[in-house]
Design a protein around this ligand. Structure first.
Ligand code: ATP
Length: 221
């Protein structure tokens, strides 16, 4: 069934796995989705390229689905930690190059790495941390690019409102880089020294520098 390496295997059609599978489909990828529950397989069968019922901890089942020819797989099982670990280990053992796995705790994440997950995601922790930046009302969007490098969408601090980027000296004052500016009613454009600071900004920098900048930004509420 899994005839080419662009097919992505998604194991577990809970909320996370289903959202992932449908988004991959909308991006034009072929998805091979697998879940132990026949009812969820039936529910999504019409919207996913291949949806099959089966136990992903069973090597023979995985082999019969041709998973060893796949480059990408996501183990989207959270609650059943044992099934998550056994599935990740089986996919790694069968030669899937890129095995992403969803963790529900730090210990779970560590074990997934030990049994062959090439990437471990922690969606609940990530979205909780992200939300902490948004609830203050000064940050419209927050993206962690690296351990200590983030990109935020925020407003213009009142002391530099309507100044050009060159005059505002934000890098000297905060250590941040304004990447792009969206004027009121306009669209995002790349920031240049002559760009006027009005509307929304995409600001990049270390967590501490960006947090200092966001604290000076207006409440967007
Ligand atoms: P959600 O994404 O909804 O938060 P969750 O993190 O609670 O889900 P689970 O409900 O544990 O994750 O698992 C997601 C799906 O994985 C379920 O639909 C479940 O049937 C499926 N699943 C669990 N174990 C296996 C298994 N061994 N083989 C195949 N599918 C499995």
């Amino acid at each position: 069934m899994a005839e080419n390496r662009s097919t992505v295997l998604v194991v577990g059609l809970g909320r996370f796995g289903t959202a992932l599978a449908l988004e991959l489909e909308s991006l034009g990828h072929e998805v091979l989705a697998m879940d132990a529950r026949e009812s969820v397989v039936q529910q999504w069968a019409s919207r996913i390229t291949h949806a099959v019922q089966g136990d992903s901890t069973d090597h023979d089942t995985l082999i019969s689905l041709g998973v060893k020819d796949l480059a990408h797989a996501v183990v989207a099982i959270g609650e059943d930690v044992e099934a998550s670990i056994l599935t990740t280990s089986a996919l790694s053992e069968l030669g899937v190059t890129d095995v992403w796995a969803k963790a529900t705790s730090a210990a779970h994440a560590r074990i997934l790495g030990l049994v062959g997950a090439t990437h471990v995601v922690y969606p609940e922790q990530d979205s909780g941390r992200r939300l902490a930046h948004l609830v203050t009302g000064r940050v419209a969007d927050y993206m962690e690019i690296d351990d200590d490098f983030v990109l935020i969408e925020t407003g213009v601090p009142s002391n530099v409102h309507n100044q050009t980027l060159a005059d505002a000296q934000l890098r000297a004052a905060y250590g941040v880089t304004v990447v792009s500016v969206k004027p009121p009613g306009g669209r995002y454009t790349y920031a240049t020294p002559s760009t006027v600071l009005d509307g929304l900004l995409l600001v990049a920098g270390t967590k501490a520098d960006v947090a200092r900048f966001a604290a000076a930004a207006p409440d967007l509420g």
